[in-house]
Design a protein around this ligand. Structure first.
Ligand SMILES: Cc1ncc(C[n+]2csc(CCOP(=O)(O)OP(=O)(O)O)c2C)c(N)n1
Ligand code: SF4
Length: 311
């Protein structure tokens, strides 16, 4: 049965009163991730806003066990936890490695890539707030073109972000997905599905950050939705090499029209200095990627669809 707002479990593992900012999308995503894993999980987390959410010893707002790991070593730490479970014969517990974009796209990529190549048995979730937010919004490998950050203060970032989900797909994993805190049930379903899969599973979760991106705290959900509606974020999963658009991206593909990227940019202070040339560059980038995703989704439609559309 698909989960919905009525039948979603009421048990909470991420408790109220944590230390994230109001409207933090990471907190919303994490709440649903832990629900999907029924709390039967050991989490490993590098320095990040998620460490802040967990709190300082001996107080925590999360009632699952957590290992705090050095910034570069989330993949290695998860590997060790998997080995520990195997050695002690403990069953039914998922190892979840969860890191920000800085700790994944940049600093943690080596240990993650090594673990994925060895097909270690854990879920890795990258929550992407598109910057090093815990230390005041420095530019990361995931920051979009044109965004102002602490280390690109005047002209904004000059490069497009690296596609982490595609990099992980190149490791031939059994399950890769993208998700977005504004679509928590889609995220929940994806995490729940990965529970039953063996090997390294990777989910990339888009998590808007109000102070870092400079939008009102109350607009987190709207910003996340706009990212999908404009095609800057595309929701999909790749299971055993089969690609599928999901949730709002699947509906947008059926409707066939995205909103202009400009609508997303004007809602956020971090894009206040973006030039017309950069907007055009971003729009071209989005259009090209969207066409690739549509082609990929279409190429994997069952043969019956072709028969049905024949005259
Ligand atoms: C080796 C090392 N370098 C720098 C730091 C300082 N540091 C702690 S958290 C952080 C930012 C993490 O960014 P990201 O992984 O994107 O997570 P976010 O803070 O955005 O949640 C940095 C640079 C550190 N802890 N260790
Ligand atoms: S800085 Fe951003 S990601 Fe970090 S706790 Fe605040 S809202 Fe969440």
């Amino acid at each position: 049965m698909k989960v919905n707002a009525v039948n979603l479990t009421e048990t909470e593992y991420a408790l109220p009163g944590n230390r994230t900012c109001p409207g933090c999308a990471l907190a919303l995503a994490y709440r649903h991730i832990l629900k999907a894993l029924d709390g039967q999980v050991i989490v490993t987390v590098p320095a990040s806003c998620l460490t802040v959410l967990h709190g300082m010893y001996p107080i925590t707002s999360v009632n699952v066990p957590c290992v705090n790991t050095p910034f570069a070593s989330t993949g290695a730490s998860a590997t060790g936890l998997v080995a520990g479970l195997r050695a002690t014969g403990k069953k039914g517990i998922t190892i979840l490695a969860m890191a920000g974009d800085g700790g994944t796209h940049d600093i943690g990529i080596q240990s993650l890539s090594g673990a994925a190549e060895r097909q270690e048995d854990f879920i890795y979730i990258c929550y992407d707030n598109e910057g090093y937010m815990n230390t005041g919004n420095q530019r990361s490998g995931s920051t979009p073109l044109g965004a102002i950050t602490g280390t690109t203060p005047v002209l904004g970032k000059r490069q497009n972000p690296k596609d982490m989900a595609a990099i992980m797909e190149a490791h031939c994993l059994p399950y890769i997905a993208t998700a977005n805190a504004s679509y928590p049930l889609d995220l929940y379903e994806k995490v729940r599905k990965t529970k039953g899969i063996k090997g390294t599973r990777f989910i990339h979760v888009f998590t808007p950050c109000a102070p870092g991106w400079q939008f009102p705290y109350s607009d987190t959900i709207k910003i996340g939705q706009l990212a999908v509606e404009t095609g800057l974020v595309v929701l999909y999963e790749v299971e055993d090499d089969v690609f599928r658009l999901t949730s709002a991206s699947e509906s947008l593909a059926q409707k066939g029209k995205l909103k202009p990227v400009r609508e997303y940019l004007t809602e956020q202070g971090r894009f206040k200095n973006v030039t017309e040339e950069q907007i055009a560059q971003l729009q071209d980038w989005v259009n090209a990627r969207w066409q690739c995703y549509l082609a990929r989704a279409a190429s994997l439609q069952p043969a019956t669809d072709i028969t049905e559309s024949a005259p």
